[in-house]
Design a protein around this ligand. Structure first.
Ligand SMILES: Cc1cc2nc3c(=O)[nH]c(=O)nc-3n(C[C@H](O)[C@H](O)[C@H](O)COP(=O)(O)OP(=O)(O)OC[C@H]3O[C@@H](n4cnc5c(N)ncnc54)[C@H](O)[C@@H]3O)c2cc1C
Length: 460
């Protein structure tokens, strides 16, 4: 094609879009990075910014042995079978180089997390900003793209794709501030996340959780998946999502799952356990949603102080009064609003399992800080959906695959627009970091491929 306005258009300035822009600009492509809201970052901004990487030099420095094979085995165990095994292998194999590239070539500050275990991973493998905030990851990625001369154009929502004879060759922007205009480019990267904030799409694809609270960023309204599907894109894993079992209520911040992993548990308003929390924060979300509208996360002051020291967001929740302290079981029952006998039963169940090394009544065996001790802590919480993991199927260049078996020329998809690696449906297949791995990992692949497409079309 020519008559191009730029080489590569990236739709959405979250983790996936910023990384795609970075990779494309690094290859020398001209990039237009369009963001519909007034602030970049999307879900990436509100996340904890943790990206898995197997075999990184930071793991080696910490004496941790890891490999892409081990990562594939871990994540497959958590997800069960799904239609995107090819992506899991591709992303795992590129993950160490991805994180090292971000840190060493682009000054993105990521450090290996070794002080707690992550759902789905058998070794410490998650690399995150020192303050564990996606806002810091977003800030560093923004600085990196700006160093390469890419501006983030906020307040410019993409409304549809331009095509010519089945090939995507640009976008139409249409918004109250931007006005309506066309932007032509030989390659477009869809990086506008999934459909968590689109009630109709959630009801269609994940009806079981359509009533749950959505607590991700507002921009995730799913339009890019609809555009690609209209061009014949193949959709995969549409019922899969990342849930979170315990969002502090009414504060709205996450109750760190480390409180549970260290030995805490969740109680219903009647003071009953609802299941085995070791399935993870995502897998436990539908368990809570089915059992009760809200619950309490119960732990003790030792766990509170440990987590407060390591996780600033949790420290803020403590400061804000979201973590109630109870000197004994009757006071804990009063905080929850249930019978003391129910709380005593739950504490005794946990104590017996932790002390004897046997399973508790829910089948759970993992209590690393032993039996809970008074004084206890409780946080009122609700289950939530964080983001959707289904989307368009992509190949090894993050090019969008069609139902007919080919690819849509000129179109790439990353992050929440692309089909994820967390199983075919439900929340239980999600391992920590799957969201950002498909955003940042596919973002790099798509940015490089889009830059090459732009160079080839210019030469031909
Ligand atoms: C509280 C929370 C914690 C999380 N923690 C983690 C974690 O630690 N690790 C992990 O891997 N995942 C985590 N996740 C999930 C992770 O945040 C997402 O999977 C990931 O950020 C998705 O990145 P993305 O680039 O695809 O989308 P986003 O970061 O959401 O970026 C998409 C951008 O596109 C914009 N956009 C949408 N439509 C348009 C349009 N039409 N035109 C232009 N722009 C558009 C949006 O406004 C947004 O800015 C967490 C999620 C939440 C909610």
């Amino acid at each position: 094609m020519d008559g191009r306005d730029t080489d590569v258009v990236v739709v959405g300035a979250g983790g996936g879009g910023l990384t795609a822009a970075l990779a494309a600009a690094e290859q020398g492509a001209g990039v237009a990075l369009l963001e519909k809201l007034d602030r970049p970052g999307g879900n990436t901004f509100v996340s904890t910014g943790s990206i898995p990487a197997a075999g990184s030099r930071y793991q080696r420095d910490a004496g941790i042995e890891d490999s892409a094979e081990r990562m594939v085995a871990d994540l497959s165990r958590q997800s069960g079978p799904h239609g995107t095994g090819h992506l899991l292998r591709l992303l795992a194999e590129g993950s160490a180089d991805l994180v090292e590239w971000l840190v060493e070539s682009h000054s993105v500050d990521l450090r290996l997390i070794t002080d707690y275990r992550h759902v789905g991973h058998s070794v410490p493998r998650l690399h995150a900003p020192p303050d564990r905030r996606g806002a810091s990851l977003t800030r560093d990625l923004l600085a990196a793209v700006r160093r390469l001369g890419v501006d983030v154009v906020t307040g410019n929502p993409v409304a549809r794709l331009l095509t010519d004879d089945g090939r995507v060759n640009g976008v139409v922007v249409d918004g109250p501030r931007s006005g309506t205009y066309e932007l032509r480019a030989p390659a477009v990267v869809l990086a506008s996340n999934g459909f968590g904030n689109n009630r109709d799409m959630v009801a269609r694809w994940i009806p079981g959780i359509s009533g749950a609270r959505y607590s991700g960023a507002e921009g995730s309204t799913g339009e890019a998946i609809t555009w690609a599907a209209a061009l014949g894109a193949r959709l995969e894993n549409m019922g899969a999502y990342q849930g979170y079992a315990a969002l502090a209520h009414p504060h709205g911040s996450i109750v760190s799952w480390t409180t549970v992993e260290k030995g805490g548990f969740l109680l219903s308003p009647h003071g009953d356990r609802m299941g085995d929390e070791s399935v993870g924060y995502s897998g436990f979300a539908p368990v809570v949603a089915l059992a009760a509208e809200e619950s309490h996360v119960v732990f003790d002051t030792r766990i509170r102080d440990f987590v407060r020291e390591h996780e600033p967001e949790f420290a803020e929740l403590v400061e804000a009064g979201g973590v109630r302290e109870a000197p004994d079981a009757p006071s804990l029952a009063a905080v929850i609003g249930c019978d003391t006998s129910a709380v005593e039963r739950a504490l005794e169940d946990q104590r017996h399992a932790a002390v004897t090394g046997t399973a508790d009544s829910m089948g759970r065996t993992d209590f690393p800080m032993g039996a809970l001790r008074a004084p206890y802590c409780a946080v009122r919480s609700v289950p939530a959906i964080f983001h959707t993991q289904g989307g368009v199927d992509v190949d090894e260049h993050a090019a969008v695959r069609t139902t007919a078996g080919g690819v849509i020329q000129g179109l790439h998809a990353v992050g929440g627009v692309a089909a994820g690696i967390s199983g075919r449906s439900g929340a239980g297949g999600y391992s920590s970091g799957n969201g950002l791995l498909t955003a940042v990992g596919l973002g790099r692949i798509a940015g490089e491929a889009a830059a090459q497409t732009a160079a080839h079309t210019a030469a031909s």
